[in-house]
Structures are given as C-alpha cells and as structure tokens.
Design a binder for this molecule. Structure first.
Ligand code: GDP
Ligand code: CA
Length: 349
C-alpha cells in the first residue's frame, strides 16, 4: 500500500489528483491519497462560507465539476444570485451558481452548528466520494489578502483587499505589493495534516499556484517543518511551462514575491531538502529541459517530461513519473544528487 499526500490548490491541484488516482488504481489498488487543500482563498459571501479550492477538488474528484470552467457545477443557473443582486447585495464579480450554493448553505449550516471545517468537509465528501481524503490546511479561517499598490475603484493604495477580489474582479491586473494571510497568527494545521505528511510514502506538490495555493499551505505553522522532517520523498511538479503559467495568472503572484515565472525559478524557490527547502525532486516540462542541470546542482533531482495535463491519461503519466522518481530516490538514498545526471524521458519503473 502506498500512502500519498498532496498539497493542493484548486484547478491545477484537482486535475493532477484525478490523474494520480487513475495511475494508482492501475498499479496499486490499495493506495491511499490524502489531499491537504489550501483554504486561503476562502471567504464569507452573502452570509455563506465559500471554500473555492476545497470545492474544486471535491467536485473534480467526485464527478461534479464543470469541465469547461474547471470550477463550479455544470448546467448551472444564476437565479439566486440575480435575486441577491436585485437587493443591491452580493459581489457581482464572484459567481455563485444555484447548485453550487447548496454546498455553501450546507457547509455554513454545519459551521454555525459548531462543526469544524474539517468535519464539514468530511460531511460534504460523503456525498461526492472523491476517492481521496480531503483535509483543509487549517480549521481556523486564514484568508489571503493582497496590498494594493495604487487606488482601484473604491479602494485606496496600500489597502488590503481579499485575494479573490484581486484575482476575479481585477484578473490580477492591479499591481500589489504583498500577500498577507489574515488570521495566520491564530492558525494551526487541521487534525491529521501533519501526520499525513510525516507518515506518507510520498508527498507531492502538484502543479498548483506556488504562491497563493502551496505557499499559503506552507505558511501554516508546522507544515513546512513536517515536509522537511518526513521520511517520504517530496516530489514537485512545475506549474510553469516555458515561462508561462499555463492556465491562469500565477505569473502575477510570482512577480509580486520577486520570483521569475520559470520552472527553474519556482523549483529553486521551493528549494532542496538538502538545504533549507522542501523538495527532493522537481518535474519540469520537456521544453524546460535546459533547467535540469541548474536544479540538480542545487540538490534537486530534476527530470524533464511532458507536463501538460491535457486529459486524464496524460496527467496519469505525470503522476507515474512522480511515483517513479520517488521509488528511484528511495532505492538509492545515499547517492549524491549530482551523480544521478539527467535521465530524460520517463522510463518504466
Ligand atoms: P487554483 O487554486 O484554481 O488557482 O488552482 P491551483 O493553484 O491548484 O493551480 C493553478 C495553477 O496550475 C496555474 O497557475 C498553472 O500554473 C497550473 N496549471 C494549470 N494547468 C496546468 C497544466 O496543464 N500543466 C501544468 N504543469 N500546470 C498547470
Ligand atoms: Ca485557489
């Protein structure tokens, strides 16, 4: 049995895990996957607790996702949002479909009756049966905000606004000076999170946003230390291909924290576990093969393979490569990284 723990954001994380589950089902039917999900994008909206990344992972793995959007439910209607807007309330730029609202209503009901976010998530997953254990990174509410560099509509320069307002309303088009995790000082990792990292056979950083998805999870006290302490191998998958953020606007986040939008820079930003970082290995796309020597020189085992998650089989092949590298590193734990060299394309395990 293989225990795999994944630290995920929304769309990129969910797509990857779908491929991972398919791959594991074909090679190791008894495997267990735990997903530690970013909740930094969560917010209160119209009186409801919205958890965008948890819902994206749950719907994607549970067969309830809108494939064309990558988030939310298919065949949605907006009757309720229109009614809320008629009262002059709600955030016009953040879509809440009628079917999706049911999830937020049930979650909020559970929270108001004293359930933790972990318990509410477990309850929602009983319906969706995602095939993996989903854990919020924390049961405390930690919300990512951005500090505006300039005035924007009703907001003044240097004001903090919710990350989702910057991301969805402004399409990350307004310059920001920093990301602030409001609530972080009082947050601890949710039950099971640290154990899932420490007792895993493999920990994966999927191609999720390295700043506001994985970066936020790593900011929760104890999680980064657990990644450094685990006996499992930590394998990451570059969310950047040929200098571009593939789907979405991760480049705006990287620029804000002073990291170049490249597979190499993001790998070095996570850093090697042989130094003060969190990675044993880093998969880059085949078009980024030139980054491999620099990554290996920094103590990160690097392999270049196709990283476009075009469909589930293509994504399963990426997951297979992560499993293969983990097995290879586990079989030869004492080899200095520099001696591994560049193995090129995936070979069979
Ligand atoms: P979000 O919370 O919905 O923004 O989703 P995540 O943080 O999990 O992932 C978003 C990131 O996934 C994007 O910024 C891209 O960098 C990355 N991504 C999306 N599609 C692909 C893909 O096909 N291949 C790779 N390598 N990365 C992808
Ligand atoms: Ca997200």
């Amino acid at each position: 049995m293989t225990r795999v723990t994944v630290l995920a954001g929304g769309v990129g994380g969910a797509r990857f895990i779908r491929g991972l589950l398919q791959q594991l089902a074909s090679v190791d039917a008894g495997s267990e996957v735990t997903v530690i999900v970013n909740t930094g994008d969560d917010m209160w909206l119209d009186g409801l607790r919205i958890c965008p990344d948890l819902d994206t992972v749950m719907y994607t793995l549970g067969g309830g996702i809108s494939e064309e959007q990558g988030w939310g439910r298919p065949d949605e209607s907006r009757r309720t949002s229109s009614e809320i807007a008629a009262y002059g309330r709600g955030w016009s730029w953040f879509t809440l479909g009628d079917l999706d609202l049911a999830t937020h209503i049930v979650r909020t009901d559970l929270l108001r009756n004293g359930a933790t976010l972990s318990a509410a998530t477990e309850f929602l997953c009983r319906r969706w049966q995602p095939g993996a254990r989903l854990l919020p990174m924390s049961d405390q509410f930690v919300e990512t905000h951005v500090r505006l560099a300039e005035d924007a509509d009703e907001h003044r320069a240097s004001e903090l606004i919710h990350f989702e307002e910057w991301w969805v309303r402004y399409r990350a088009g307004k310059a920001v000076t920093e990301f602030v995790q409001v609530g972080l000082a009082d947050a601890v990792a949710a039950p099971g999170v640290i154990e899932a990292i420490l007792t895993a056979d493999l920990v994966i950083l999927p191609p999720s946003n390295p700043v506001v998805s994985v970066g936020t999870i790593l900011a929760i006290p104890g999680i980064r230390d657990a990644l450094r302490a685990t006996t499992a191998r930590v394998v990451g998958i570059a969310p950047i291909i040929a200098g571009s953020a593939v789907r979405g606007m991760a480049d705006a986040c990287l620029t804000t924290i002073g990291v170049e939008t490249s597979a190499l820079a993001v790998g070095l930003h996570y850093g090697s576990r042989q130094g003060d970082g969190v990675l044993d290995a880093w998969l880059v796309d085949e078009t980024d093969a030139a980054a491999v020597p620099a990554l290996e020189a920094a103590g990160i085992r690097a392999v270049a393979v196709p990283l476009w998650m075009t469909d589930v089989p293509a994504t399963a092949r990426i997951a297979a490569e992560a499993l293969r590298i983990s097995a290879e590193l586990t079989a030869a734990p004492d080899l200095p990284v520099a001696e591994f060299g560049y193995s090129g394309r995936a070979s069979t395990p």
